[in-house]
Design a protein around this ligand. Structure first.
Ligand SMILES: Nc1ncnc2c1ncn2[C@@H]1O[C@H](COP(=O)(O)OP(=O)(O)OP(=O)(O)O)[C@@H](O)[C@H]1O
Ligand SMILES: [Mg+2]
Length: 298
């Protein structure tokens, strides 16, 4: 909507996990390097955790691009609210297994054959499960069993990456999953950005959208965006997108603090220190009642 006004080639703050906008903060860089290392060194189980909106799916999309570029076969399960039957069906579909996708036995035979064939060619195969914190226990158990597929010479035949919110770690701590937990050899975690990372992140997205040196967000405003978003990329995107939209509506090329105030009100955003900043809170919020300050919308 505002792209032409600001001279962007595309929207800088899209909410989709687009790898072409990937900003490599030191922790994102390290986590991606770990995932790639885990796959190549046939580590078996790898877990990627992070709070809501910190970039797990975006990172998996980057990994997917990498695997494609290396001709490494993979299955990507992005909907984790599935039954075991659907789980095997999705694996068979993604890996293009030549068997009845509805028969678990046939899928397992065909998968084993593919893994061995890939292994003989010096390649590995990857299973990526996003939102793994939502997986049912019986699906997790099937995943554990898939992790047992190995060959004395080729090592683990299937590299399994489980990505999810911190609940995933808590789930894996459950006594009935101790066998799976024991097999996890690599763990990566994403946390929210520090101030400098938030600033670089915003610059990076603006630059990728076509504004090489940004002229829309003054330094003071960037600090406020960091504070209010608590350094969470998805919230940063939502705030910045709304700021640009507001500035466009007012035909101004520079975003200002009063616009941020309006945007945060509209988003019903909450952040530490909000009440002191807004001198008693936003309209409709009662400073004496913390419950009246609602959390950011998903
Ligand atoms: N390192 C990054 N570089 C570029 N964009 C990012 C980065 N991290 C997160 N984002 C952006 O933030 C938003 C949320 O990212 P993403 O969906 O990957 O988070 P998530 O951790 O998978 O969230 P959820 O827990 O809800 O699944 C997306 O718009 C994504 O493009
Ligand atoms: Mg996600």
């Amino acid at each position: 909507m505002y792209n032409a006004f600001f001279g962007f080639r595309e929207s800088p703050f899209n909410l989709s996990p687009d790898p072409s906008f990937f900003y490599r903060s030191p922790q994102h860089e390290e986590a991606l390097a770990n995932l790639i290392y885990g796959v190549h060194s046939r580590k078996g189980f790898i877990v990627l955790t992070g709070e809501v909106g910190t970039g797990k799916t975006t990172m998996l999309e980057c990994l997917r691009d990498y695997l494609d570029s290396q001709y490494i076969e993979f299955a990507f399960i992005f909907n984790s609210r599935i039954t075991t039957d659907q789980f095997f069906e999705m694996i068979a579909y993604d890996l293009g297994l030549n068997c009845s996708h509805k028969s678990k036995t046939e899928v397992l035979f065909a998968l084993n054959a593919l893994l061995i064939e890939q292994g003989q060619q010096g390649r590995t195969t990857v299973l990526i499960v996003d939102e793994a914190h939502n997986l049912e226990w019986d699906v997790l158990e099937e995943i554990r069993l898939l992790g047992n597929l190995e060959n004395p010479k080729m090592g683990k035949l299937l590299q399994i990456i489980l990505a999810g919110q911190p609940e995933l770690d808590r789930k894996l701590d459950a006594p009935n999953l101790r066998q799976l937990k024991q097999r996890i050899v690599l763990r990566c975690n994403l946390s929210s950005f520090q101030l400098q990372e938030t600033i670089e992140y915003i610059h990076s997205r603006l630059s990728k959208a076509g504004m090489a040196s940004q002229t829309v967000f003054p330094e003071e405003l960037l600090r406020e965006v960091h504070q209010r978003s608590q350094g969470i990329p998805r919230v940063i995107n939502a705030i910045c997108d709304n700021l640009l939209l507001t500035a466009f509506a007012l035909e101004q090329r520079l975003c200002a603090l009063d616009m941020l105030e309006e945007v945060c009100n509209d988003m019903r955003l909450d952040w530490p220190g909000k009440r002191s900043k807004t001198r008693g809170g936003l309209p409709g919020a009662d400073p004496a009642n913390p419950a009246s300050f609602v959390s950011p919308r998903e």
